[in-house]
Write a protein that binds this ligand. Structure first.
Ligand code: UDP
Length: 472
């Protein structure tokens, strides 16, 4: 019998493409053929040859995202993709699938914020599975945006600390944990804001998919996963994907859209065990100059060594991207090291690294959890506010400096973390890393869920059952 063919469509951003590529690799290792559809810009930037060598069953295709070629597609302008993909990419994606030379797909796995693919799948009679690249807790939170609006919790206005610390009561399971300030950043927008409306619509459209895939593991987020099982006929928690795919460094490095600077690894080799703080704010957020300087002086004043990944477009002033001041780079050589884009998973796993100052993107959070590195969180957008709350209060694997950006706080938290003053955090970090690794071992929860996903897709393939339900 021919092998199942699966079409995978990520949202065109690093944090979405990477986990979906890891999934593609897993399905390819199970003998599936994969059509991986990127926007044209990501398609060009990805090291496709490296993937093809390892997984000849993956074919890379591209569709336009509707933005002009010179659009930056990063930083604050990433949101333009929300609207352009929905209108421009949808008919092109449909034509692409309808005219594919490969056998008709057993299913389409699309990003949770590319729900137009679910409409396309329905039009073509193909089952749709949605992959939300957020945590389960955050995915569950997003399903309550409409309710939060109705209850008058949105917009969260930057009020007094007392106001911002008020608990939110309308999200089942999160009543004692989620404060106003921990709601996703879009909850600070006016209810009529198109970005907030986009997420409300996408969350509702997502539920038309027959199953949900999450890059998380049952032991970490059991309550939220079981809540999500009340919405979707099947939920597959298959993470941490970078561990589950048993990928080599070559594998996750080739998922990178930016040029990786490997030189920091030899620098780390020369540093004492657990002596360096890794700092990265991911692929999208930007810092203004004042914020950058607060972090800089906080790090320098802590007198700890650090490795900071600073993208060329990470610091912005009124005129757009601006450079790291030259004198800082020169001064950094003694205790600090700057790279444009780091081999993050290798860095986090390195023995010299003691902890991670992060923006709390979900991939970064999970990558840190998997290798047992405690975090200092400075969330800015999207799911980051929710993730940092889970990190600090639910899982106790880090400290949250949400809504604060001053050098004395940075200095204090860096010292607390690097000097191991938070024994509770050190203990949970080790325990949860063990659970993460167990989940992807043979027989672990994520391993079982991946196998179930594979079997369910095979079933769709063999019966060519175009109905929406995957039988559990
Ligand atoms: N990353 C990397 N090198 C860097 C910074 C980030 O490889 O210097 C990777 C990181 O390993 C993670 C991804 O980029 O997989 C960022 O995803 P995340 O969800 O953490 O944040 P986002 O970029 O979506 O805000």
């Amino acid at each position: 019998m021919d092998s199942p063919h699966v079409v995978i469509l990520p949202f065109p951003a690093q944090g979405h493409i990477k986990p979906m590529l890891m999934l593609a690799e897993l399905l390819s290792q199970a003998g599936f053929t994969i059509s991986f559809v990127n926007n044209e810009q990501s398609h060009r930037r990805l090291d496709q040859a490296a993937f093809r060598r390892r997984c000849p069953g993956i074919e890379f295709l591209s569709i336009p995202d509707g933005l002009p070629p010179d659009h930056p597609r990063t930083g604050p302008s990433t949101v333009d993709l929300f609207f352009s993909t929905n209108t421009v990419s949808k008919p092109i994606f449909k034509n692409l699938i309808a005219s594919m030379s490969r056998p008709p797909p057993a299913c389409i796995i699309s990003d949770g914020i590319m729900s137009f693919a679910i409409d396309v799948a329905a039009d073509l009679g193909i089952p749709a599975i949605t992959f939300r690249t957020f945590s389960a807790t955050c995915t569950w939170t997003y399903f309550h945006l409409q309710k939060l609006i109705q209850e008058g919790e949105i917009p969260v206005l930057q009020g007094s600390d007392e106001d911002m610390d008020k608990l939110i009561s309308c999200i089942p399971g999160l009543e004692n944990i989620m404060r106003r300030r921990d709601l996703p950043q879009i909850c600070r927008l006016d209810p009529e804001n198109p970005i907030l409306k986009f997420y409300v619509t996408e969350s509702s459209k997502m539920t038309k998919a027959s199953a949900l895939i999450l890059n998380t593991f049952e032991e970490l987020e059991a309550p939220a996963i079981s809540h999500l099982r009340t919405i979707f006929p099947a939920v597959y928690a298959i993470g941490p994907l970078q561990t589950a795919s048993k990928s080599s460094a070559a594998s996750y490095n080739s998922s990178s859209l930016l040029q990786i600077d490997q030189s920091c690894l030899s620098w780390l080799d020369s540093q004492p065990s657990r002596s360096v703080l890794y700092v990265s704010f991911g692929s999208v957020i930007v810092l203004n100059r004042d914020q950058f300087m607060e972090f800089w002086f906080g790090l320098v004043n802590s007198e700890k060594s650090f490795l900071w990944a600073i993208r060329p477009d990470m610091i912005w002033d009124e005129n757009g991207p601006s450079k790291v001041p030259e004198e800082l780079i020169m001064g950094a050589t003694e205790r600090g090291r700057i790279v444009g884009w780091a081999p993050q998973e290798d860095v986090l796993a390195h023995d010299a690294v003691a902890g991670f100052l992060t923006h709390s993107g979900w991939n970064s959070t999970l990558e840190s959890i998997s290798v047992g590195k405690p975090m200092i969180c400075w969330p800015v957008i999207a799911d980051q506010q929710v993730n940092s709350r889970c990190v600090s209060e639910m899982w106790k694997v880090g400290m949250d400096m949400k809504d604060i950006c001053d050098r004395s706080t940075v200095e204090k938290l860096v010292r607390d973390l690097m000097e191991g003053r938070r024994e509770d955090i050190m203990k949970s970090t080790v325990e949860i890393a063990g659970l993460a690794q167990d989940s992807v071992r043979e027989g672990g929860s994520s391993d079982r869920n991946i196998k179930k996903l594979i079997e369910d897709i095979k079933l769709l393939h063999s019966t060519k059952n175009a109905s929406r339900t995957i039988i559990d």
